[in-house]
Write a protein that binds this ligand. Structure first.
Ligand code: DHE
Length: 545
């Protein structure tokens, strides 16, 4: 099956970059344009096109649109392509009614001018943006409330630009905090005391979960657009450092773990892994903290390289560069936390990195557009320890053997493929104490699938799945109500789902009893607006999934 519109819109979500900050360049070599037209096109390009074609139009999920190509193709060709789309995946922006003919004409001319570049964002800009609201010495010495912070959930309220801190035991909303634009993920510090939230606008908020109620103690903007943040977890470095990766400018920054003071900014611009051509915009995707060395593992999307950034001596930074495949996106650990498995989603491969020996051990072929989130680790009754991913492009749920010692014949091979409800899946989840494997189908065009969840019995995988109507259980009324991202509580006996509705409709979080698979609680407080990712502190710190 070809990609659905939902899938394309997912990869092409609006950028966090404010078009007003770009350098305007109506150059004489492109077709005539007014300043207003150029401004309109710049804004529209960031909102609709940059996610796939890149800010500098060098191409990523979408084809390159540099002026050497676009001028040769000319206005008529570009207008037709934008209007009708292409079988290769370009949406039909004209016939869908998204853009008028006049707007398409402006965009076609705009693409024949040099791209307006957003500014760089180095240490001085980061330092200027950095606000230490509460200094470490002014923070409480002990926890100021009776909640168990390890069972807190940091919940992304995407379109509200907020994070909700919800207590997993009582289901109380302990705090709602204003964070970045279209806020994306939260990762806790190794002690579990601090939660670091990053917005698509590259703003990081550091939340002190010991305060009553939890508060933001430091804020920094590490670029113009970003998706990932992580903290140091290696023994002796707990809570010492944080790292964030940016989409624009393409770079990562290492910060002080107590204050977010920026220490070292490193560009990811460079050569692609395969053709070894220069790429000016290799965005930083997932980052995980190694448990085996004082290292951050950094996925660089467009160059297809995985960097092992050793933070033992930040002034003499040593980086191991592992060649994998394009375009690296998300991933997680195997159950032993030695091997990092990550999706190269345009190569339809899973790259496996040995974090002890610092090398690539496999580049396993899977089916169309793997999207694991952090993946799910299961002890397969037949194949032993395996790591599981679902996919955007088809209904396969793919199991990779992860036990080179106990089951060497299965290691890094696809040992089992299950059929799920359909494509458009974003996340899978299980827990070491659970017998369930949960698979969402958030972006499936069929509402019956996007609003429900498939659950497999790990001890009887061939039996197929049951479907739980999560959105129906939430009983919210109108709207798309997509069910997204299963997440366990600390005890591993409850699983939480977001029912992600639009901004003007009601959303909720649905809590399911893991043993009985029955509804346990609907958290439908009106402050829960557009919930998506949920990060249980204990499970995220300890990489339990
Ligand atoms: Fe995400 C993780 C990038 C759209 C929800 N997302 C990630 C990571 C990256 C990423 C690089 C890994 C971070 C890490 O582990 O360090 N996401 C992107 C995109 O580029 C993309 C495709 C489009 C965009 O422009 O942002 C995108 N993501 C989305 C959504 O539309 C989702 C579904 C809803 C939302 O909140 O925006 C979404 N992404 C998530 C979630 C995670 C995530 C919930 C963390 C999953 C986990 O369990 O760790």
């Amino acid at each position: 099956p070809t990609s659905s519109i939902e899938e394309l819109k997912y990869q092409g979500a609006p950028s966090g970059i404010d078009p007003a900050v770009t350098k305007k360049m109506v150059d004489s070599q492109g077709p005539a344009m007014t300043e207003e037209e150029f401004e309109f096109a710049t804004k529209t390009y960031f909102e609709r096109c940059a996610g796939c074609h890149g800010v500098l139009r060098k191409g990523a999920t979408g084809k390159p649109l540099t002026t050497d190509i676009t001028r040769e193709k000319g206005s008529e060709y570009l207008k037709t392509l934008i209007t009708y789309g292409s079988p290769a995946g370009m949406p039909n922006w004209g016939t869908s009614g998204d853009f008028t003919n006049e707007e398409i004409d402006i965009l076609a001319r705009f693409l024949q001018h040099e791209p307006p570049a957003p500014p760089e964002w180095g240490l001085p800009e980061m330092q200027d943006s950095w606000v230490l609201h509460v200094k470490p010495e002014d923070r409480p010495k002990t926890k100021q409330h009776d909640y168990d912070v390890e069972n807190f959930f940091a919940v992304t309220l995407r379109d509200a630009g907020q994070v909700a801190i919800i207590d997993g035991d009582s289901k109380d909303i302990v705090a709602i905090l204003d964070t970045g634009y279209a806020v994306h993920i939260t990762r806790p510090s190794a002690s579990g005391r601090y939660a670091f939230t990053i917005g698509r606008d590259a703003k990081i908020d550091m939340i002190d979960l010991y305060m009553n109620p939890p508060k933001i103690v430091s804020t920094i903007k590490i670029g113009l657009e970003a998706r990932s943040v992580e903290t140091s977890k290696y023994k002796g470095f707990e809570d010492k450092l944080a790292i964030a990766g940016a989409y624009w400018p393409p770079q990562y920054v290492i910060m002080d773990g107590d204050t977010l003071e920026p220490k070292k900014v490193v560009s990811t611009r460079g050569m692609t892994v395969d053709t070894q051509e220069y790429h000016p915009e290799p965005r930083v995707a997932a980052i995980v903290a190694s448990h085996n060395h004082p290292e951050f593992i950094v996925n660089v999307k467009e160059t297809g390289k995985i960097l092992l950034v050793n933070y033992n001596d930040v002034d003499n930074l040593s980086v191991t560069t592992i060649g994998a495949a394009r375009f690296l996106h998300d991933g997680g650990w195997d159950s032993s936390k030695r091997y990092f498995l990550t999706a190269a989603n345009n190569s339809d491969r899973i790259a496996v990195v040995d974090s002890v020996d610092r090398k690539l051990v496999a580049l396993t072929e899977v089916t169309k557009i793997p999207h694991p989130g952090r993946g799910a680790n299961i002890n397969d009754p037949k194949y032993g320890p395996v790591w599981v991913t679902s996919a955007l492009g088809n209904d396969n749920i793919t199991f990779l053997g992860t036990d080179p010692e106990g089951h060497p014949e299965n290691a890094w091979k696809v040992v089992r493929t299950l059929k799920g409800q359909g494509g458009g899946s974003l996340f899978v989840k299980t827990h070491p104490k659970s017998k369930n494997l949960w698979v969402d189908t958030t972006l499936n065009p069929d509402p019956a699938k996007s609003q429900s969840i498939a659950v497999f019995d790990i001890n009887n995988l061939d039996k197929g799945y049951d479907v739980l109507p999560i959105a129906e259980w939430a009983d919210l009324g109108e709207g798309p109500k997509r069910v997204v991202q299963p997440e366990y509580n600390k005890a591993g006996d409850e699983v939480w789902f977001s029912v992600w509705n639009t901004m003007d409709e009601k959303s909720a979080i649905v809590v399911v009893d893991d043993k009985t698979r029955k509804l346990k609680k609907v958290i439908n407080d009106e402050r829960i607006v557009t919930p998506t990712g949920k990060f249980n502190i204990y499970n995220t710190v300890n990489d339990v999934y």
